[in-house]
Ligand binder design. Structure first.
Ligand SMILES: [Zn+2]
Length: 393
């Protein structure tokens, strides 16, 4: 994705109601900046600890000893983008993308590690029938990005590996609001962002890459903390309108059409999963909306390509976005499985939590083949989870 291309297409949003120029001088950027720096520092320390942890586990061989206890019966891997590296230092969503060369390595490492790469249906069968004679892994992609078809699919086809794509139906319907990308685009194209934060006008300088990174982290966290999905969308629409970010061009540029999804779905290697309609943070929604997002997300895929999704991924999928209420509703609606983004291996006990299955992110920040062996051993996720094996709900 070329950010300049994304951001140069003109405004698409009408509402710029939150005109905060009057409040410009009341801004108090210092404390917010300091907080953002602290957060960035913490994030860097955490990343370096994870990297050191992965390296230590690999080189000490400890992951091999830990595998029988923490390796579980399998794993579900989560990917977003597979595409060639992009230029530029400001890529706050980089953890969501890996290169085709690394993806090729991931698949070949998994295949040479005595791990069966299986479809979600086969994973479901093994969990239900307690068929754990061999360890298994599923490859899953979220959001239906076009690069899944362009870059990941040929590699998976070459190795004959089944995989799943979870599609939020508003994306191929071209009504998607990929607000985390719109935010990135807005910050990328300007040196100064004006925003109403908690009712107060604030101005943030973001000239350097480092300032842009701080600011992205800060605004993302603030948006996630807003009380409703509407408030998040409203804030990002306002920001996009103000800085000429074309959200509909982002949707067109990044996401597959129904035609492209149908072409993939025709391959027996491919499972199309549900991922709601609007990709909301379900935990912020009413029971009614959660139910309708899950139901409609499935019905629209079926109407569009004639395939009824039996598996579900919760948008965002972390503890702030999904919980026991959603797990319950997904089970009531008859989904065979549903996945979160809680990082853990699969254990036999997950048979009783089929709509709260954990997933392991293949993180763009840690693109080394040997990390995959450590991840698959369960050692890294065991450390992450304080050595608890099942901790999904
Ligand atoms: Zn998603």
């Amino acid at each position: 994705m070329d950010l300049r291309r994304l951001t140069g297409l003109g405004p698409n949003f009408a509402g710029t109601a939150w005109d905060i120029r009057d409040n410009w001088h009341r801004a108090q950027p210092k404390s917010v900046e300091a907080e953002a720096r602290l957060r960035e520092w913490r994030c860097r320390v955490k990343k370096s600890l994870i990297r050191t942890g992965l390296e230590t586990l690999y080189f000490s061989g400890a992951h091999r000893f830990m595998q029988p206890i923490f390796g579980g019966v399998g794993a579900i891997f989560m990917l977003h983008h597979v595409r060639p590296p992009r230029r530029g230092g400001f890529q706050p969503n980089r953890l969501l993308e890996i290169t085709p060369a690394f993806f090729d390595r991931v698949i070949s490492v998994l295949q040479s590690s005595e791990v069966d790469l299986v479809s979600l249906d086969e994973m479901h069968r093994r969990l239900i029938e307690r068929d754990f004679s061999r360890r298994f892994a599923c490859i899953t992609f979220d959001d239906g990005y076009r690069d899944t078809k362009t870059w990941a699919y040929p590699i998976l086809k070459k190795y004959g590996v089944p995989f799943a794509i979870y599609v939020p139906t508003s994306f191929p319907d071209r009504l998607g609001e990929l607000w985390w990308i719109a935010l990135e685009a807005a910050i990328a194209k300007t040196d100064r962002i004006a925003l109403l934060v908690n009712g107060r006008g604030q101005r943030f300088d973001c000239t350097t890459i480092s300032e842009k990174r701080h600011l992205y982290t800060e605004i993302y966290a603030w948006l996630r903390s807003l009380p409703s999905e509407d408030a998040i969308r409203y804030a990002v629409r306002d920001l996009a309108g103000r800085y000429d970010v074309d959200a509909s061009a982002i949707n067109d540029d990044l996401c597959m059409t129904w035609q492209e999804i149908a072409e993939l779905a025709a391959d027996p290697l491919v499972t199309i999963g549900a991922h709601t309609v609007n990709h909301p943070i379900l935990a912020k929604a009413s029971d009614e909306i959660v139910r309708s997002e899950l139901k409609m997300g499935r019905a629209v895929v079926e109407a569009a390509i004639g395939v009824r999704p039996e598996h579900l991924a919760y948008p965002f999928g972390d503890r702030g976005a999904v919980g026991s209420r959603e797990f319950q509703i997904a089970a009531e609606l008859g989904f065979k499985t549903a996945v979160t983004t809680h990082p853990a291996m699969l254990f036999p006990e997950h048979r009783d939590q089929l709509t709260a299955l954990p997933r392991i992110v293949v993180d763009g920040e840690f693109q080394r083949g040997r990390y995959m062996r450590v991840l698959m051993s369960g050692a890294a996720t065991a450390m992450w989870n304080g050595f608890r094996r099942v901790d999904a709900a």
